[in-house]
Ligand binder design. Structure first.
Ligand code: ZN
Ligand code: ZN
Ligand code: ZN
Ligand code: ZN
Length: 392
């Protein structure tokens, strides 16, 4: 059942470090691995090799320094509207106040907030306040850049800080432990209940003489048609995981279905709307690579980001690959560190290569190794060890 993982490694032009690039595929792209039990398959861990494309020099973008609203502009604006020494003095004093306690004055006219003047924040960036829509409108042009930058920063803060815990579907519902990667090698995905049962629990059930599904007790499907009927029954009840699973089957033409990538994308879209994180990941792959849908990198990234923030590890790793291809090594590293610590070995490998290429430090690599090891330890159990020992 081992799925071969190939890694495309290619060296860029002499001056550039080698960047290993992997094309992550959803489960649907795996070669059929269904056993006679029609257990269905695991996750999207398989990587096929992909030619490396170093992005053209990425335009240097402003980095993460927080941009405070430009006080000097506030001042000059006020300067224009006031006359006379006292007023200027006044304004100057008010400017000092503005600078010292920026939250309490309108960013455009400098009016202080009070019982009568209610200041409202720019809802996008929450950096500046205005006394009213007129001031907000008047200030829009000079605020736009700082606003946009802050919005991007806020988005990044969420992207990197959320989703450090494995998604619910990654846990075996019987022993409640997260499943090792690649999930397909360490679990059986059940068509009857759409649960991923770890091999330890599956083996333990068999040893007790239980051959039905150890989670829902349904008898095992006799063949692909049986399994498909089970899935269809759940699809009819709008089970998001069943809809996602059916999409994967259409994508690869499994279970006797004719291969239909468009249909797969349709199903994933529906499943994603109903809350399947796996479907969000699959949509990311479909859009990023243009499989069954018009290629749209940005949309692919959006989907992966959404899934990664909900604990989808392969999405997190895919984001790392994307940033690496673009030459955004800092961002790539941040993503890989998260997925490495969630037990994804490929991410550790990437960080190792970055370290060897001099774009990550030894400390980063050590941190990734340690984090990964801890995650793996947490996924161990007596039953799992035994399943592994027996090659079950
Ligand atoms: Zn104002
Ligand atoms: Zn703003
Ligand atoms: Zn288990
Ligand atoms: Zn079941």
């Amino acid at each position: 059942m081992l799925t071969p993982i190939t890694r495309g490694v290619e060296t860029g032009q002499a001056a550039k470090p080698a960047w290993p690039s992997m094309k992550m595929r959803p489960a649907a792209f795996d070669p059929p691995t269904c056993s006679s039990e029609a257990e269905g398959r695991g996750g999207g861990e398989t990587a096929g090799s992909k030619k490396i494309r170093f992005a053209e020099a990425v335009e240097a973008t402003a980095t993460s320094d927080t941009t405070a609203p430009d006080r000097s502009q506030v001042r000059s604006q006020k300067g224009r509207t006031t006359h006379g020494y006292h007023k200027i003095l006044n304004v100057t004093m008010s400017c000092v106040l503005v600078a010292g306690d920026g939250d309490e004055a309108c960013a455009n006219c400098g009016k202080q907030g009070s019982d009568t003047v209610k200041l409202r924040k720019c809802t996008a960036c929450r950096l500046v306040k205005y006394c009213g829509v007129d001031c907000q409108r008047a200030h829009r042009k000079q605020h736009k850049k700082a606003c946009k930058q802050r919005v991007a920063e806020l988005k990044d803060e969420q992207l990197y800080s959320q989703g450090h815990e494995r998604q619910e579907g990654d846990f075996c519902p019987i022993c409640a432990l997260p499943i090792l990667f690649p999930r397909v090698d360490h679990s059986f995905f059940k068509a009857c209940c759409m649960k991923r049962i770890c091999r330890g629990c599956s083996l333990a059930a068999r040893k007790r003489g239980m051959f039905n599904c150890p989670f829902c007790r349904a008898p095992l499907p006799g063949d692909d048609a049986d399994a498909l009927a089970m899935v269809q029954a759940r699809v009819a009840k709008k089970d998001p995981e069943a809809i996602n699973f059916l999409g994967e089957k259409y994508c690869e033409g499994d279970f006797g279905l004719e291969k239909d990538r468009r249909k797969a994308v349709e199903l994933w879209t529906e499943a994603a709307e109903l809350g399947s994180i796996e479907a969000i990941f699959n949509l990311g792959v479909a859009y990023y690579y243009g499989d069954g849908v018009q290629e749209d990198n940005a949309k692919g990234i959006e989907f992966w980001s959404k899934a990664a923030m909900q604990g989808h590890v392969v999405s997190r790793h895919s984001l790392g690959n994307h940033e690496g291809r673009k030459g955004n090594y800092d961002r790539a590293l941040r993503h890989y560190l998260v997925s490495a610590k969630m037990g994804y070995e490929e991410s550790v490998e990437m960080i190792k290569m970055m370290f060897m290429d001099g774009i990550a430090t030894k400390e980063h690599y050590a941190e990734a190794l340690r984090g990964h090891q801890d995650a793996v330890e947490e996924m161990k159990s007596h039953d799992r060890d035994e399943a592994k020992r027996l090659g079950y």
